[in-house]
Design a protein around this ligand. Structure first.
Ligand code: PHE
Length: 357
């Protein structure tokens, strides 16, 4: 047996018996690396006679190829079994509950917004958004509330200092500016809800300077009050998870709707608690109406072809009603004990099929 034959045999043996990828890599370096056994022999070729050099060179090349192939092949086998071993070891039971139990809770506002979007989403409303910092045009003028209109006083607006041009930006007092932004950007039919933060200079047991509304807007041909009523009845039944919900549409006034109504929900007040669905009392939950033709015209929509309805609902209001939370201000006190009591488990995502709450 020549020297190369015995080297070949030894190397193939070692490759075959390498037990892991590290050993195999060491072996590869020792044979094919810069100072490896085969590399060294190749470097030695220069010292040979031309004839011997050619023969020895060819033999070394063949050997080198064979050994690299064997190493690659063995590497694949070892790699597979290393992966299998890891997969076996890392196997875990996905059906086990998470441990330790999570401490975090979903805030009732987030939960309620999730429920509202589930319901309106199923009715075909898309979600639209607008900025918290608004200008006069979107928050007032385009909504048919010109300067000096008495309705501006009702809004207790937070204003920013005037800019160079004298314009005062403001914190939006309602989500209705999203109506304007949506109608100016899209052509009817339009069907959106716009959830978000709203701000008014107001603070007592039933008011906080920041609160949430969800705006609804539907614009199409032939839309009428009946559609608005049906939509709100369906919504209330789904949200309060009751078959029958007493609702009262009370004539009201908003500059941007005509006719306008406020909607009260029937409830029973007992000392500190309010129960929805039965009883002799009424509680206002939202304002609504048919979009005023002037508002449509401000947005470039032909009011002789299209009509629409809009509503604005107080998110804290309905959350308090549904979950029996007596004081509005507690929502924003960031009290962990309150959150542990009224909060929701993060994995209980509200869905119409799986249950909203
Ligand atoms: N934007 C009104 C408010 O905040 C509510 C409303 C919205 C009324 C849409 C009618 C239509 O009081």
């Amino acid at each position: 047996m020549t020297d190369l034959d015995s080297l070949r045999k030894t190397l193939l043996d070692e490759i075959e018996t390498a037990q892991n990828l590290d050993d195999l890599e060491q072996l590869r370096v020792a044979v094919l690396g810069k100072k490896g056994q085969i590399t060294k022999r190749m470097k030695g070729l220069g010292a040979l006679e031309p004839e011997a050099r050619r023969n020895q060179g060819a033999a070394l090349n063949t050997l080198k190829e064979e050994i690299s192939r064997a190493i690659t092949e063995r590497g694949r086998v070892l790699g597979d079994s290393a992966l299998n071993a890891r997969l076996l070891q890392e196997r875990f039971d996905m059906t086990l509950p998470p441990r330790p139990e999570t401490e975090g809770r979903i805030h009732p506002i987030s939960q309620t917004l999730g429920e509202l979007l589930q319901i309106f989403g199923a009715m075909g409303f898309a979600v639209a958004e607008g900025p918290d910092v608004e200008d006069d045009f979107h928050n007032f003028a385009a909504l048919n509330i010109p300067p000096e209109h008495p309705a501006r006083q009702m809004h207790d607006t937070f204003y920013f200092p005037p800019d160079a041009s004298g314009e005062r930006r403001l914190l939006r007092t309602h989500t209705s500016p999203v109506q304007i932004r949506t109608m100016r950007a899209a052509k009817p039919p339009i069907r959106i809800v716009a959830p978000g933060r709203t701000y008014r200079r107001d603070s007592d047991i039933t008011h906080t300077p920041m609160f949430h509304q969800i705006e609804g807007l539907l614009i199409d041909r032939g839309t009428h009050m009946g559609h608005l009523k049906g939509c709100l009845f369906d919504f209330c039944r789904a949200f309060f998870e009751l078959d029958e919900v007493p609702l009262r549409f009370r004539p009201s006034f908003f500059p941007f709707t005509e006719p306008s109504a406020e909607v009260d929900i029937g409830c029973a007040r007992e000392k500190d608690t309010i129960r929805v669905g039965a009883g002799a009392d009424w509680l206002e939950i939202l304002g609504c109406g048919m979009v005023h033709p002037k508002v449509l015209e401000h947005c470039g929509i032909d009011s002789s072809v299209y009509q629409g309805f809009a509503f604005g609902l107080g998110v804290e209001r309905v959350a308090m009603l549904k979950y029996g939370i007596p004081d509005l201000r507690t929502f924003f006190e960031a009290d962990l004990r309150w959150l542990r009591h009224y909060g929701f488990l993060p994995l209980d995502v509200p869905t119409l099929t799986g249950g909203l709450s």
